[in-house]
Design a protein around this ligand. Structure first.
Ligand SMILES: *[C@@H]1O[C@H](CO)[C@@H](O)[C@H](O)[C@H]1NC(C)=O
Length: 170
């Protein structure tokens, strides 16, 4: 019984890594809230997967590899990230995918000394901006048809009101 308690708590991993150590590793998934991000005009959100590498000796990376080589586990060198770029890494310039990639790489580099390269970009989305589309021909045609219906309706009503009252009774 005592022996069981002394065993590493993440027993399923088949290697000596404790819960405490496990939660110090970069999480497999990290997703910012999607709706609040895109609710604001011009909100920018990207989702993608990243391949992790280490420059030189890196204990965290060794543990990730050890975990990953056990086929029972997820591949911990492949991380999934969804970032709201309107609230993160505002100083990074470039296209949306470029900013996303640089932001993820920089975050992992600062926190774990790991490097991240984009494995797959699922999407980058920008929140709907307020409508700025110019008025086009289809808009004019719709307006013309709507006005024509109103005018014809008015003429019909006037005709019905003012036509000869005697004829109306027949
Ligand atoms: C984990 O994913 C990487 C790609 O990010 C791949 O190169 C590697 O072979 C995978 N490892 C395993 C054990 O599937």
């Amino acid at each position: 019984m005592l022996l069981l308690l002394l065993l590493p708590t993440v027993a399923g991993y088949g290697l000596s890594i404790t819960d405490e150590q496990y939660y110090k590793l970069p999480p497999l998934f990290s997703l910012d809230d999607y709706q609040p991000c895109l609710a604001s005009a011009g909100g920018q959100y990207c989702l993608g997967s990243f391949h992790l590498t280490a420059e030189g000796d890196n204990h965290v990376y060794d543990v990730l590899l050890e975990l990953t080589n056990d086929l029972k586990n997820f591949n911990h060198t492949l991380l999934h990230r969804g970032y709201c770029l309107t609230t993160r890494c505002l100083d990074i310039e470039g296209s949306l995918p470029q900013r996303f990639t640089t932001c993820v790489d920089r975050t992992l580099s600062q926190e774990y000394g790991l490097r991240a390269t984009l494995d797959r970009l699922d999407y980058c989305k920008t929140g709907d901006k307020p409508r700025t589309r110019p008025i086009d021909n289809v808009d004019w045609i719709f307006a013309a048809v709507a006005i024509a219906v109103l005018v014809l309706n008015g003429i019909g009503t006037l005709y019905d009101t003012f036509r000869n009252q005697d004829e109306k009774r027949r």
